[in-house]
Design a protein around this ligand. Structure first.
Ligand code: NDP
Length: 289
C-alpha cells in the first residue's frame, strides 16, 4: 500500500479505462472483477490481480468502484462487511441519488468512508481535456484522495451530500440521452430520404455550437417560470408536427418526435384551461395542471 496505489473493483469498459489511466499515471493498481478472466488484460498492463474481494480491499485504502449500478456494489461488498472499516470507497457507478445516499450510510455503518462520483466521459475518452468527474461526500475525505482521484479527470466537487454527484450526473444525462436519440432520428431521416449522413453532419455540428446561448436563455427563462408565450407554444407545436410528417413520409420511427410534440400540445391545452401561457418547463417541473 502506498500513497500512489488504488484498488479498482469492476472491469467493464469504464473500469478498464480507469485502470489504464491510473497505470499510465504511474499509480499501482490492484483489480478485482466478478468474472475473473477480465483481469488478465489488466495484469498484462501491470495491474495486480486480487483473488478475492477481501484481498482487493486489504490491498489499498482507496477503493474505486465501477459497476453497473449500486445493487452490484452490495452484491460485491455485502459478503465482506468486516473488511470495510478504514477503507475509502469512491463509487463512480451510475444510480439514483437515493440509492447512493443509502449506500453511503451502509458503508459508514461498517466503518468505511464513502465518496460518490459520476464520470462525465465515454470510457474511451477519460483523457480528453473536456472530461471531468463529479464528486460528492465528506470534504476531508475528498481532499485527502483528490490527487489520486483527479488522475481520472478534472474533479468537480459538489459538497458533502453524496446524492448530489448522482443528481448532477443524471441531470446531464437527461440532456444527453434524448440528444443522442434525436441525432439518430435525424440521421435516419436524412438517410431514408436518399441523402448522405456525411453531407448532413456539419449542419448537425453547427447546431451544437448554438446550444450554449440557447441554454443560457432557457435557464434564465426557467428561473422566471419557463420559456414561451401562447404564440411560441403554437409555433413549436407546429414545427414539431412537421418533424413527424417528414419522418413518417420516409418510414422513419417517429415515437421520439411524437413525444416531443406531445409536450407542446399539453402546454397549449394547459394554457387554454388556465387562461395564461403554461410553458413546457412547468410541465417538466410537475406543476399542478
Ligand atoms: P458495465 O455495465 O459494463 O459494468 C460492468 C461491470 O459491473 C463488470 O465489472 C460486471 O462484472 C460488474 N457487475 C455488474 N453487475 C454485477 C453484480 N451483480 N455483481 C458483481 N459485479 C457486477 O458498465 P461500464 O464499465 O461501461 O460502466 C461502469 C459504470 O460507469 C456504470 O454505472 C456506467 O453507467 C458508468 N459510466 C460508463 C461510461 C461508459 O462509457 N462505459 C461513461 C460514464 C459512466 P462482470 O464482468 O462479471 O459482468
Amino acid at each position: 500500500m502506498s500513497d500512489r496505489s488504488v484498488t479498482v473493483i469492476g472491469l467493464g469498459p469504464m473500469g478498464q479505462a480507469m485502470i489504464r489511466t491510473f497505470l499510465g499515471a504511474g499509480v499501482e493498481v490492484t483489480v478485482w472483477n466478478r468474472s475473473l478472466e477480465k483481469a488478465d488484460a489488466m495484469v498484462e498492463l501491470g495491474a495486480t490481480r486480487a483473488a478475492t474481494v477481501a484481498e482487493a480491499l486489504d490491498a489499498n485504502e482507496l477503493i474505486v468502484v465501477s459497476l453497473t449500478d449500486y445493487a452490484a456494489m452490495f452484491d460485491v461488498l455485502g459478503p465482506v462487511p468486516d473488511r470495510l472499516a478504514g477503507k475509502v470507497f469512491a463509487n463512480l457507478s451510475s444510480d439514483s441519488p437515493a440509492n447512493t445516499r443509502d449506500a453511503g450510510a451502509w458503508v459508514r455503518a461498517r466503518g468505511g468512508a464513502f465518496l460518490a462520483g459520476g464520470v462525465m466521459a465515454q470510457s474511451d475518452g477519460l483523457a480528453n481535456p473536456e472530461s471531468y468527474v463529479f464528486f460528492a461526500g465528506p470534504p476531508t475525505v475528498f481532499e485527502k484522495h483528490r490527487d489520486l482521484l483527479q488522475v481520472l479527470g478534472a474533479p468537480e466537487y459538489l459538497g458533502d451530500d453524496e446524492g448530489l454527484a448522482q443528481l448532477y450526473y443524471q441531470a446531464v444525462l437527461a440532456i444527453f440521452n434524448p440528444l443522442l436519440l434525436g441525432f439518430e432520428q435525424a440521421l435516419a431521416m436524412i438517410e431514408r430520404s436518399g441523402e448522405t449522413i456525411e453531407r448532413f453532419l456539419p449542419y448537425a455540428q453547427r447546431s451544437m455550437g448554438q446550444l450554449d446561448g440557447v441554454y443560457t436563455g432557457f435557464a434564465a427563462a426557467a428561473q422566471a417560470g419557463g420559456w414561451g408565450d401562447a404564440a411560441n407554444l403554437r409555433m413549436m407545436a407546429a414545427g414539431a408536427r412537421h418533424v413527424i410528417e417528414t419522418g413518417e413520409a420516409v418510414g422513419v420511427d417517429t415515437a421520439l418526435a411524437e413525444t416531443v410534440h406531445g409536450y407542446w400540445q399539453q402546454a397549449i391545452a394547459a394554457s387554454e384551461r388556465r387562461g395564461h401561457p403554461v410553458p413546457t418547463f412547468a410541465l417538466m417541473r410537475g406543476d399542478q395542471p
